[in-house]
Design a protein around this ligand. Structure first.
Ligand SMILES: [Zn+2]
Ligand SMILES: [Zn+2]
Length: 365
């Protein structure tokens, strides 16, 4: 994630694309791909209620998880001890996700940890990008401010480039039905900005390059098979949008919450992920507004494709409003912006199904 952009581009182009797994709806996913793993849920129970001073198998993996999202700054000596660093990370996480800042791995926190989520760090260089304007923990001063955020340095597409082109990796052989999912996702952002998005057949010259890959495709953020990392996208003007071809992508646009619990854990609504990642492609970071597109996590089985006011306000700070947009157009400025000079511009943004993280480490215990 910290490698230079030009190297990433060269390496990505040299790798083989995945033949992605698409399903018109969740019912069409083979049962063999929807098997629950009860061992993983046993692991959840082992961690439930953990607090400072304890030593419990699996806490080292929790620390690694928090490291991946910026809550712990150094990757070293991850033990199963619930130490001060873990408690501090946990409290910041709880604040970002609008949870009670107990510092304990309580049930609401575990429920958030197992949610599918974007892998883009919530904390960059020690500064949280999510909780702008949020009152300090324990404060009763609840006030309404903007929560959207940007990448460090606030990169955006240049003013001269309002008609962005996008293309699909030819080797993926995507059907028109699948491509239309992305078209709908782009439309949601063009409705509120002066930007337009036009598909082009030329992958190499497209502003936004969409491709499904499997495993390590050499941009520093390998995909990890089913239920792991789902997708990532670059900040402007990177334009690279990669999705994990090993996921069970559902494309029918129908909410999948009515299905059984383990089934929905294995299925991902493609349009929901696309709308979120396009937000990153345009320059938005994460928001702590739970119903916003740019909120980092997505409850299992959830379809979330409608832009919230927070998303609209954020993208309009960067690009202004679509003249035909009649919705809320009050532009707010985030009260806190991570604007660190010299920060990497390569914004690798990953969507994780965190359950996979548990599934993977259970095998190591
Ligand atoms: Zn994200
Ligand atoms: Zn990638």
């Amino acid at each position: 994630m910290r490698i230079p952009l030009f190297i990433a581009i060269v390496l990505v182009l040299s790798f083989s694309p995945a033949s992605a797994h698409f399903f018109p709806n969740i019912s069409s996913i083979p049962p063999s791909l929807l098997k629950p793993n009860n061992t993983a849920w046993d692991a959840f129970h082992k961690l439930l209620g953990c607090h400072a001073g304890q030593k419990v198998d699996g806490l080292a993996k929790i620390k690694k998880y928090f490291y991946n999202f910026g809550y712990i700054s150094s990757l070293s000596n991850f033990t199963d001890d619930f130490d001060d660093a873990l408690e501090s990370a946990l409290k910041t996480y709880q604040q970002n996700f609008n949870l009670n800042t107990t510092g304990v791995l309580d049930a609401p926190t575990i429920q958030h940890l197992i949610r599918p989520r974007c892998g883009n760090p919530d904390v960059v260089n020690g500064t949280s990008t999510m909780n702008s304007g949020k009152p300090p923990a324990g404060s009763q001063n609840i006030h309404t401010v903007a929560h959207f955020s940007f990448f460090p340095g606030r990169p955006r597409w240049p003013e001269s480039k309002t008609d962005l082109t996008y293309a699909f990796l030819p080797q993926n052989g995507l059907t028109d039905n699948i491509k239309s999912v992305f078209s709908r996702a782009f439309d949601r952002w063009s409705e509120v900005t002066p930007l337009t998005f036009t598909e082009t057949a030329s992958f190499q010259s497209a502003d936004i390059k969409i491709g499904f890959f499997a495993g390590d495709h050499n941009d520093g953020e390998p995909f990890d098979g089913p239920m792991g990392t789902l997708a990532h996208a670059f900040s402007p003007p990177g334009g690279h949008f990669h999705l994990d071809g090993d996921e069970n992508w559902v494309i029918d646009g129908v909410p999948i919450v009515e299905r059984d619990f383990f089934s929905i854990l294995s299925a991902v609504d493609l349009e929901s992920v696309a709308v979120h990642e396009i937000g990153h492609l345009l320059g938005l970071g994460h928001s702590s507004v739970e119903d916003s597109i740019m909120f980092p996590s997505l409850a299992a089985g959830t379809r979330r494709v409608e832009l919230a006011n927070d998303d609209i306000q954020g993208v309009q700070v960067l690009y202004g409003s679509n003249p035909n947009f009649t919705g809320p157009n009050t532009v707010l400025t985030p009260t806190q912006e991570n604007d660190t000079n010299g920060a990497p511009k390569f914004g690798s943004l990953l969507v994780h199904v965190v359950v996979a993280f548990f599934l993977s480490f259970v095998h190591l215990i």
